[in-house]
Design a protein around this ligand. Structure first.
Ligand SMILES: Nc1ncnc2c1ncn2[C@@H]1O[C@H](COP(=O)(O)OP(=O)(O)OP(=O)(O)O)[C@@H](O)[C@H]1O
Ligand SMILES: [Mg+2]
Length: 499
C-alpha cells in the first residue's frame, strides 16, 4: 500500500458567518487518483482552495509528507508541492508554450536576465517526460484546448509537484482531448504524483480513479476504494437519499398540426452550419445530437444572431424573419442558454437577483422605478425551483459555487419566457440532483406551449428529454429521428458515429 502524502483534518471554514466546511477530513496517497465528489455548493472547491492557499481555514490542520504544513498563500502551497489546474485557464494565448510554463519563474542568466535558451530546453524536457511531441516555441493560441491543459500540467510539473488538483478538467474538452488527458493522468500516476480529481461525470470517475471521497453540505460523507462502490451508492451519498427514476423518458403529447413555431430552411452560417433545415412545434422538445465540432453550437449561435447567417431562411410563427443580432432574436422570442455560461452568461460582480432579472427589468419597471417586491419574488422563485444554493438573492454571483453559477444563467433565460428556448449543454458542471431538476424544468417549459431545442453530449439526458432528435455531422443534418425509433443509448451512439 502506498503511503499517505496528504492529510487534511477537521477543516472548518465560514464566509461572513456562514459555515461552508464542517470538520472535513480528507486523505490522499501518493500515486493515486482520488475523486472528490459532491453536489453543487458542497464545498469541494473551497476545500481545495484552502489546500492551495487561496483561502485560509478557520480551524483544522494539514499534514504533507508526514509533517505539519502551514499554507498561508499560493507560494507556500507551491513550496509544498501542491498545484491546481483551474477550469479557467491561466495561460496567456499569445505567448509560447515555454514562456507560459515559466511565466513568473523564468530561469535567469548570471546577469539576472531571463534565460530564453534554458526556458526552451527545460520545456522540451518537461514535454518529453509527458511523451508529447510539441515544439515549445509554439504560441498556445495555436493549440487546441487539450494542449492548453497539457501546458498547464507541464507548468505544474516544473514546480516539482507531488499533489495535483484538477477541478472539472474535462468540461471543455472534446472526446479525443479527454482521452489524451486520461493518458497524461496515467503517466503522472506512474511518476508517483497524487491527483485530486473533481468531476460530476460518474463514468469518468469510475474509469480513472482509485478512490472516491464524497462531500455533502460541507461535511465529509464517504471515502472508499472505487472497487468497493457502485454508482448508485455514490449518488446516494451525493444527494443524501435514494435516487428515483431520474432519467426516464416520458412520452408527452403535443400539437403537430398547424404552423411550426420555428422553421429553419437551408440555413448556412460560416463553414460549420451547412444547409440545415428543420422545424419545431409548440410544446415540442427537439434534441440535437452529434460529435463535438459537428456544428451544433454554431447552429444555436446563428439562430440567436451571434454568428451571421449567410443564406437560408428562418420562419417564426409563420413569418419570415431576419435575425442579425441577439436583440433581433430576443425580439421575436428566441433565447439561448450558451454552452460557456461562466464567461458568456453571467456578471460575476452582480447579485444573483440582478443576474436573473437582467433580461426582464423593463417588464418590472413601474415608471422610472423597478418593482422591487415583484423582482424579489421572481428571483426567489427561480432560486427555489432550480435549487440554487445561496444564502440569499443579494449575494454576489461570483461567490457561488461553479454549478450554482450555471443555474443562474439558466434561470435568467427562463425568466423572459421565450417562445423558443435553445439550451446548449444545459447540465455541464451541475450535479446529479440538479440534472434531473433541469430535465423536469425543460419538460414543464415545453408543456406550457413553448418550443425547446436541447443540445447535449450526454446521451442519457438527451434521450430523457427529447421528443424528436436531429443528428448533425460536419455542419449538416444527417438524420431526423422520432424518439420512439431509438431504443437506448447505444443506438443513439451508433446513429451519431455511423453517419
Ligand atoms: N468567497 C466566498 N464568499 C462567500 N461564500 C463563498 C465563497 N466561496 C464559496 N462560497 C460558498 O461556499 C459554498 C461551497 O462552495 P464551493 O465552491 O466550495 O462548492 P463546490 O462543491 O465546488 O460546488 P460546484 O460543484 O458547484 O463547483 C457555496 O455555498 C458557496 O456559495
Ligand atoms: Mg467547484
Amino acid at each position: 500500500m502506498s503511503r499517505t502524502i496528504l492529510r487534511m483534518s477537521n477543516i472548518s471554514k465560514s464566509f461572513n458567518g456562514v459555515q461552508v466546511l464542517h470538520n472535513v477530513n480528507f486523505e490522499l496517497r501518493s500515486g493515486e487518483v482520488h475523486a472528490l465528489m459532491g453536489g453543487n455548493g458542497a464545498g469541494k472547491s473551497t476545500l481545495m482552495k484552502i489546500l492551495t492557499g487561496v483561502y485560509q481555514m478557520d480551524a483544522g490542520s494539514i499534514e504533507i509528507g508526514g509533517k505539519a504544513a502551514h499554507i498561508q498563500n499560493t507560494n507556500d502551497a507551491k513550496a509544498h508541492g501542491v498545484s491546481m489546474i483551474f477550469q479557467e485557464f491561466s495561460l496567456i494565448p499569445t505567448m509560447t508554450i515555454a514562456e507560459n510554463i515559466f511565466l513568473n519563474s523564468e530561469p535567469k542568466t548570471k546577469l539576472g536576465l531571463i534565460d530564453d535558451a534554458a526556458c526552451v530546453r527545460r520545456a522540451k524536457e518537461l514535454l518529453a517526460e509527458l511523451n508529447v511531441d510539441l515544439d515549445p516555441d509554439t504560441p498556445v493560441e495555436q493549440l487546441g484546448v487539450g494542449y492548453w491543459q497539457l501546458t498547464e500540467i507541464a507548468k505544474a510539473l516544473s514546480y516539482d509537484t507531488s499533489i495535483l488538483i484538477m477541478d472539472e478538467p474535462t468540461s471543455s474538452l472534446t472526446k479525443n482531448e479527454t482521452e489524451f488527458l486520461f493518458e497524461l493522468i496515467a503517466k503522472l500516476k506512474q511518476r508517483g504524483i497524487a491527483i485530486i480529481y473533481i468531476s460530476h461525470r460518474m463514468d469518468e470517475i469510475f474509469r480513472i480513479c482509485d478512490r472516491i471521497t464524497v462531500m455533502r453540505d460541507g461535511r465529509h460523507s464517504l471515502t472508499d476504494d472505487c472497487a468497493n462502490l457502485t454508482m448508485d451508492t455514490v449518488i446516494e451519498h451525493i444527494v443524501g437519499s435514494q435516487v428515483g427514476e431520474a432519467f426516464e423518458w416520458v412520452e408527452r403529447p403535443y400539437d403537430t398540426s398547424g404552423e411550426p413555431v420555428l422553421k429553419v430552411d437551408r440555413l448556412t452560417s460560416g463553414t460549420k452550419v451547412r444547409n440545415v433545415s428543420f422545424e419545431v412545434r409548440r410544446g415540442e422538445i427537439l434534441g440535437i445530437a452529434g460529435l463535438m465540432g459537428s456544428g451544433r453550437t454554431e447552429l444555436a449561435r446563428a439562430l440567436f444572431g451571434i454568428d451571421p447567417i449567410d443564406s437560408g431562411e428562418v420562419w417564426i410563427r409563420g413569418e419570415k424573419r431576419k435575425i442579425r443580432n441577439p436583440s433581433d432574436a430576443m425580439a421575436v422570442g428566441v433565447a439561448l442558454v450558451p454552452e460557456d455560461r461562466r464567461t458568456q452568461g453571467l456578471v460575476l460582480d452582480h447579485s444573483v437577483k440582478d443576474n436573473i432579472l437582467v433580461t426582464i427589468l423593463s417588464k418590472l419597471r413601474k415608471g422610472v422605478f423597478v418593482d422591487d417586491r415583484e423582482g424579489n419574488r421572481r428571483a426567489e422563485q427561480f432560486v427555489r425551483k432550480l435549487s440554487i444554493k445561496t444564502d440569499n438573492i443579494f449575494k454576489k454571483s461570483g461567490l457561488l459555487s461553479g454549478g450554482n453559477q450555471q443555474k443562474i444563467v439558466i434561470a435568467k433565460w427562463l425568466a423572459i419566457e421565450p417562445d423558443i428556448l435553445i439550451l446548449d449543454e444545459p447540465t455541464i458542471g451541475v450535479d446529479i440532483g440538479a440534472k434531473t431538476e433541469i430535465v423536469k424544468i425543460i419538460r414543464e417549459f415545453a408543456d406550457s406551449g413553448k418550443a425547446v431545442i436541447v443540445i447535449s453530449s450526454e446521451l442519457v439526458e438527451l434521450l430523457a428529454v427529447s421528443d424528436r432528435l436531429l443528428v448533425m455531422h460536419q455542419g449538416e443534418v444527417r438524420k431526423q429521428l422520432r424518439r420512439q425509433q431509438i431504443r437506448n443509448e447505444e443506438e443513439l451512439q451508433h446513429a451519431i458515429q455511423n453517419i
